[in-house]
Design a binder for this molecule. Structure first.
Ligand code: AMP
Length: 433
């Protein structure tokens, strides 16, 4: 095959017809479960003002520092391809005065997000997320409801070996003190940390906790844990979250090193993984390979920070490509052989013209009819009729085209009847009934 001149840009991919049933299935399950819990759909623009993300997602995050696709418009505005849903949805909440409606506002969205990442398996630069947000609710029961929704979505999509990890990162009452404590501890061991973490001590100290470098993890494992330094309110919120999780029997693990990459989180944060045993023979440690599928948390300051009221909120996003890839590797077959009850075959130009009109009539009565109008060979057309499992083939040859008739061939018995062209739709309706 000739090497193509144009390819998809690095980190992006086509969602081919064979992939579509998986996307559709994921979308249907997400939508059904979200609707059941009273969520309404919202679509926000893929492009937003750059400042929405630098302010909302946070200046010190990897997303804003390294991963945004920023463009300058001809009018001189700076716009950004959304790297996540939450700031856009919060912007819409404020812009459309949703705070004056009965709270909470429960929204979901589905679509592409863009991050300038190092592409690798399961990590793209354009990928899709299913996202839900509950704005205007501070009760911990909602944090748990959201975890439950994603857990159930993944279960219904038959994703195996699910694990929920959860942590609390406190709020503006208790986090500053903990950050100081952590920074002091890390500073005393700074020489043994990686270069990124040495920078993080000053810029975003919590991110040291989820550094993947072994030498940093060793130091972090002895570090003070935020759970021991939560203020009373955050402590009680977290306790209730765990109680609710116990109540609905969603299994979870506390992970004191879970911090998440976004600045706006407060209190509860969580991630849902699918875990598999490492396939790497040389990997002697018995750690499972974690495939992050969904993550989210509470963000009680974001609405106010973006210019709205002091409204508390919580949300979560799921990576669609990751879920799709699991469904595929587990051998889930979604592609159905397409079948049509009727096939239209023709010989000659006049017959093709009659066919164009006839197809419209079948569409009008909602009877699926397959065709191959571009083909001239009758043998090839009958072969196709067999392939799509047609019960009847309708044939217009040159003679039929001239005298306004059509042959109905019963594909099982081989019997052929000629009827008037303007009667054929009714006749087929009758036979299929
Ligand atoms: P995040 O918005 O970073 O919390 O990510 C939520 C989910 O989106 C993750 O758990 C992944 O399933 C998925 N995800 C995040 N980044 C990527 C990426 N670059 N490519 C594909 N999926 C991703």
């Amino acid at each position: 095959m000739k090497k193509p001149r144009f390819k998809t840009p690095t980190g992006t991919h086509d969602i081919l017809p064979d992939d579509q049933p998986y996307f559709q299935k994921i979308y249907n399950v997400c939508e059904n479960i979200a609707s059941f819990y009273g969520f309404k759909k919202i679509d926000t623009p893929i492009l937003e003002e750059t400042e929405l993300f630098s302010k909302g997602t946070g200046l010190t995050t990897d997303i804003v520092q390294k991963q945004m696709y920023v463009l300058k418009t001809k009018g001189g505005d700076y716009l950004t391809l959304r790297p996540e849903f939450t700031p856009g949805i919060v912007r819409a909440y404020i812009e459309h005065g949703m705070q004056s409606l009965p709270q909470p506002i429960k929204l979901y969205s589905f679509g592409p997000v863009f991050r300038y990442e190092h592409p690798q398996a399961g990590r793209y630069r354009q990928f899709h997320q299913f996202d839900i947000e509950v704005i205007g609710e501070e009760s911990p029961v909602i944090d748990v409801q959201i975890i439950n929704i994603f857990y159930n979505i993944l279960k219904e999509l038959k994703v195996k070996n699910l694990a929920v990890e959860i942590n609390s990162i406190g709020d503006s009452q208790c986090r500053p003190y903990y950050k100081k404590l952590l920074a002091n501890y890390l500073r005393s061991r700074e020489g043994a940390l990686c270069a990124d973490c040495r920078r993080r001590i000053r810029e975003n100290v919590l991110r040291v906790l989820d550094c993947k470098e072994e030498k940093c993890q060793r130091i972090v494992s002895q570090a003070p844990q935020i759970i021991d330094h939560l203020c009373e309110e955050c402590h009680s919120h977290f306790k209730r979250v765990l109680e609710f999780l116990d109540e609905i029997e969603v299994p979870y693990r506390l992970n004191p090193y879970l911090v998440r990459g976004l600045d706006y989180y407060t209190k509860t944060i969580f991630e849902i993984f699918s875990e598999e045993k490492s396939k790497d023979e040389s990997d002697t440690k018995d750690f499972p390979v974690k495939n992050a599928l969904a993550s989210g948390g509470r963000y009680d300051n974001l609405v106010k920070m973006l210019g709205g009221d002091n409204v508390k909120a919580v949300g979560c996003a799921m990576g669609v490509e990751r879920v799709q890839s699991l469904m595929r590797t587990r051998g889930l077959q979604l592609k159905k052989q397409e079948t049509y009850p009727v096939f239209f075959a023709q010989i000659g130009n006049l017959a093709k013209r009659k066919g164009l009109k006839l197809l419209e009539e079948f569409r009008g009565v909602k009877i699926p009819i397959a065709e191959s109008l571009g083909k001239d060979s009758l043998k090839a057309q009958l072969g196709l009729a067999d392939k799509v499992g047609a019960q009847y083939t309708l044939l217009v040859g040159q003679r039929e085209a001239l005298d306004g008739s059509i042959i109905i061939r019963d594909m099982k018995t081989g019997r052929q009847d000629t009827v008037k062209l303007d009667k054929v739709v009714k006749e087929i309706e009758k036979r299929l009934r």
